[in-house]
Ligand binder design. Structure first.
Ligand SMILES: *Cc1c(COP(=O)(O)O)cnc(C)c1O
Length: 382
């Protein structure tokens, strides 16, 4: 029923098998004990996705709930928090911590570059008295990824808890929670997993649970209290009724991702997109650590973002803009999850090429999608 090709930064296109699984009849997820086995089965798939033996859980709320619940459950008044940020979501994480009473130290680095692990290591040598640190895996509005594997290993060295927002990365970027010792890792079903919006997926270490259970003051919140999720299986009890349809859909979407060479596929498509964008004469926002799930591009001066969006949509393709200070300056093409196919990306780039040329933007002679096609086939044949 889609009237346009959704090539945004998320929510992404949902495959029919996932949509259909939402219609699996299930009468009462609260009282039917079978539901606990169904939920458990999906969390085992999450452990595979996150590459962890840690507990994995599903919360009934969009990924922002996962971010807020982590902060609400771990932070007490005046706790010291390090906010490692090179983008809008990264800085927003620090704002959450402040909201819950933390004393936040900002470690800000240039948004156009990934966090420099060596520089961060130097900073941590002198400043490491933090209870926890927050970091974003892919800062989606600017399409820059961070090496959370190395960053979290560093944090562990100083016994700092790590809370990672991998909402728009997990499924499309390398992530190994156990190897990196990530205490809480949060993912978003509606991004690279191409499941419906409405749940948060996350992994939680025993250490994080132990910090939550040994607080001096109680957690200020019920919906955001993660300690209930430590014992759901033993007690056969969730703090609120679980959305069975969304969990069926998530389960199916996880099958699709886990049966696919997902990380490789994302990297091949993303590389070809970037090559095509640069060689056509357009400009990428990121100077390094480009995301494999989304690409952010400067809006050429010959056209306004609004017009680009409208004309693309009229031609059948929906793209994303950016947020905050980047609104109107950047546009984004998402190539994550089900959007990460040669056919979809090729169509999006062909339409982009036509709209830009029609508006007088000077581009290379070879159309953007032709460059993409050449790069794509070169890399899959090599
Ligand atoms: C999408 C996303 C979220 C969730 O935010 P929404 O604006 O509610 O979609 C959180 N973190 C990151 C990095 C995201 O890309």
């Amino acid at each position: 029923m889609n009237k346009y090709l959704n090539m945004t930064a998320g929510p992404t296109h949902i495959k029919d098998d996932v949509l259909v699984s939402m219609a699996i009849p299930f009468e009462n997820s609260d009282l039917d004990s079978n539901f606990y086995e169904i939920y458990k089965k999906t969390t085992v798939k999450l452990q595979q996705l996150f590459q962890t033996k840690n507990d994995c859980i599903i919360l009934a709320g969009e990924a922002i709930l996962g971010l807020e619940a982590s902060i609400a459950s771990l932070i007490e008044q005046d706790d010291k928090v390090l906010c490692i940020a090179n983008g809008i979501f990264g800085r927003g994480f620090g704002d959450f911590a402040k909201m819950y009473g933390a004393k936040v130290t900002n470690y800000n680095s240039n948004d156009a570059y990934g966090i420099d692990v060596k520089d961060l290591a130097k900073f941590l040598e002198e400043n490491n008295d933090f209870k926890l640190a927050t970091v974003v895996h892919c800062d989606t509005p600017t399409a820059v990824t961070n090496n959370v594997q190395e960053i979290c290993k560093l944090l562990t060295k100083y016994d700092i808890l790590s809370v990672v927002d991998s909402v728009s990365a997990v499924g499309g970027e390398v992530l190994n929670v156990d190897e990196a010792s990530i205490d809480i890792c949060i993912g978003g079903p509606q991004k690279a997993l191409s499941a419906p919006v409405g749940t948060t997926i996350m992994s939680i270490s025993d250490k994080a649970y132990s910090v939550m259970n040994n607080r001096k003051t109680p957690i200020k919140g019920f919906y955001t209290n993660l300690t209930y999720f430590k014992t759901w299986y033993e007690k056969k009890w969730f703090p609120y009724t679980m959305p069975s349809s969304l969990i069926f859909a998530l389960d199916k979407a996880l099958d699709n991702v886990l049966n696919d060479e997902s990380i490789t596929k994302h990297s091949i498509i993303a590389n070809a997109v970037r090559d095509a964008i640069m060689q056509s004469g357009l400009q990428l926002f990121a100077k390094d650590h480009n995301s494999n799930t989304v690409t952010a591009i400067y809006v050429p001066e010959q056209i306004e973002y609004k017009q680009l969006f409208d004309e693309m949509l009229k031609s059948g393709v929906m793209i994303s803009g950016s947020l905050s200070e980047y609104e109107g300056k950047l546009f984004r093409i998402g190539h994550m999850g089900q959007n990460c196919t040669y056919e979809r990306v090729n169509t999006a780039l062909k339409t982009l090429d036509e709209v830009l040329r029609k508006n007088g933007v000077l581009l290379s002679e070879e159309p953007i999608n032709k460059i993409f096609t050449r790069k794509y086939y070169n890399s899959i044949n090599s």
